[in-house]
Design a protein around this ligand. Structure first.
Ligand code: ZN
Ligand code: ZN
Length: 447
């Protein structure tokens, strides 16, 4: 539609016609079509956008928002922008990615391309964070997109990207600003989770699973999040009161002692960022988590769910730790990628997170493998290789990187969660004097 008729001369008074036309007000553009996917409930999708802004970010009036999303998620991006501006957002800046464009690089780019990253972009993102811009990421692409591509190229591209992203990522890991990740049921991801269903059926099923896990399948979603956050905080309060020096995991293929960092603090649910805004960085979330001591992890551990890492499925991981460092790593699938990941840098072989999730968590009960850490890590206890969260220390916001390292916090370009929990795992907390306190029995909270 053209907003003005062709006869109107906007250049000035030379056209006779223009003399007779009074000052016109530009009519409002009609709202563009949302390209909604008919397989996705629009009411729940709108609720997810509202929860992302009001719970995930608690976006403040005047605050800018930078968001990334796959093109398939446009119906959610548009609703998020609407809720952001209604909440008083200064400026919403979206950046979209596309599976075909990603694949075009792997299939057509010169070899030198795989050491390139948009460092100029990450510098800008870092500046935006310095100016208190909130960060939202929508995940929804096929997690196995790169499964058929050259693992060496995937690893190089990932490393170049991680290095360029590091300064900005540190501001996320350090909770300088409020940030949040939510999910959208992209069609290729839905077909991966539900391979036997037609695409629209798969999308509906994945949408329903995302809505249930994100607590937007109910009308009081914002209140439901307040109750859930309170429940998680009662667990972290108990753990913080215990002040365990280590956790001991036992189960099939696992006998692992995870020393906890000095002055570690347990976190879960909502969390206050350094800019004073309380946000829920992950939607969904079921975990409570803290920082392990990077030099005090020993024993062996087996993964209990496959890890989908940048398009490669890494399955049946079995690793052995000595003095905090992985000295042996095996996997029945994706072992080459796993070992490349471990060689990213010195910190990639050490732990940056340990997290507790009961086996009865709603995501675990769904029985689905999402091939996406945002969901799968909330189905089981897990550990993460790489970068720690400085927030998981007492007064963490005031510690220098040197102090964090001295207290046992790990530093790395990567942060990769993988699942070690199941209904067969027991966990004891070990106190400073060596006494043991049951924490988990057969995958559930012991008390
Ligand atoms: Zn975690
Ligand atoms: Zn993690």
């Amino acid at each position: 539609m053209k907003p003005f008729g062709g006869a109107i001369d906007v250049t000035g008074g030379y056209s006779r016609l223009s003399i007779h036309i009074p000052a016109l007000q530009a009519p409002l553009m009609p709202t563009p079509p949302r390209n909604d996917n008919a397989a996705i409930d629009p009411v729940k999708l709108d609720r997810l956008a509202e929860v992302a802004i009001k719970v995930g970010l608690q976006l403040q009036p005047g605050q800018d928002l930078f968001l990334t999303a796959p093109v398939s998620a446009l119906p959610l991006v548009r609703r998020i922008a609407e809720h952001a501006y209604k909440a008083g957002a200064g400026l919403v800046t979206p950046m979209l990615s596309d599976e075909e464009i990603t694949l075009a690089r792997y299939r057509n780019a010169s070899d030198a391309s795989f050491d390139r990253a948009a460092s100029w972009l990450y510098e800008g993102i870092g500046k935006a964070f310095d100016n208190n811009t909130a960060r939202l990421a929508i995940v929804g692409d096929n997690p196995m997109l790169l499964a058929g591509e050259d693992p060496a190229k995937v690893a190089r591209a990932s490393k170049a990207n991680s290095m360029a992203y590091q300064p900005a990522l540190e501001k996320i890991a350090g909770f300088d600003i409020n940030w949040n990740i939510v999910a959208y049921p992209g069609p290729s991801w839905a077909k991966l989770v539900f391979p036997d269903d037609a695409e629209d059926v798969a999308v509906t099923k994945l949408a329903d699973a995302i809505f249930a896990a994100s607590r937007v399948d109910r009308t009081d979603a914002v209140d439901a999040w307040a109750r859930h956050n309170a429940a998680l905080q009662s667990r972290t309060a108990w753990l913080n009161g215990q002040r365990f020096s280590a956790l001991h995991f036992t189960g099939p293929g696992t006998d692992l002692t995870v020393g906890l960092a000095d002055s570690h603090e347990w976190q879960g649910g909502s969390s206050m960022a350094k800019n004073g805004i309380t946000c829920n960085p992950n939607i969904p979330t079921e975990e409570v988590f803290t920082t392990p001591h990077a030099r005090r992890v020993s024993g062996h551990v087996a993964s209990t769910k496959p890890l989908s890492y940048q398009g490669t499925l890494i399955d049946n991981i079995a690793v052995r730790f000595e003095e905090g460092r992985i000295v042996e790593a095996k996997a029945s699938k994706g072992e080459e990628v796993l070992n490349k990941v471990l060689d990213t840098d010195e910190g990639a072989r050490r732990l940056g997170e340990v997290a507790l999730v009961p086996h009865s968590s709603p995501i675990s009960k769904s029985g689905l493998l999402f091939y996406n850490t945002l969901f799968d890590e909330n189905a089981a206890c897990h550990i993460a290789l790489g970068q720690c969260y400085s927030k998981c220390f007492l007064d963490g916001g005031k510690l220098t990187p040197e102090q964090i390292a001295a207290q046992g916090g790990n530093k790395s370009f990567i942060h990769i969660d993988w699942m070690i929990g199941s209904d067969k795992i027991d966990i004891d907390g070990i106190l400073a004097d060596g006494r043991r306190v049951p924490v988990f029995r057969q995958g559930e909270w012991a008390a």
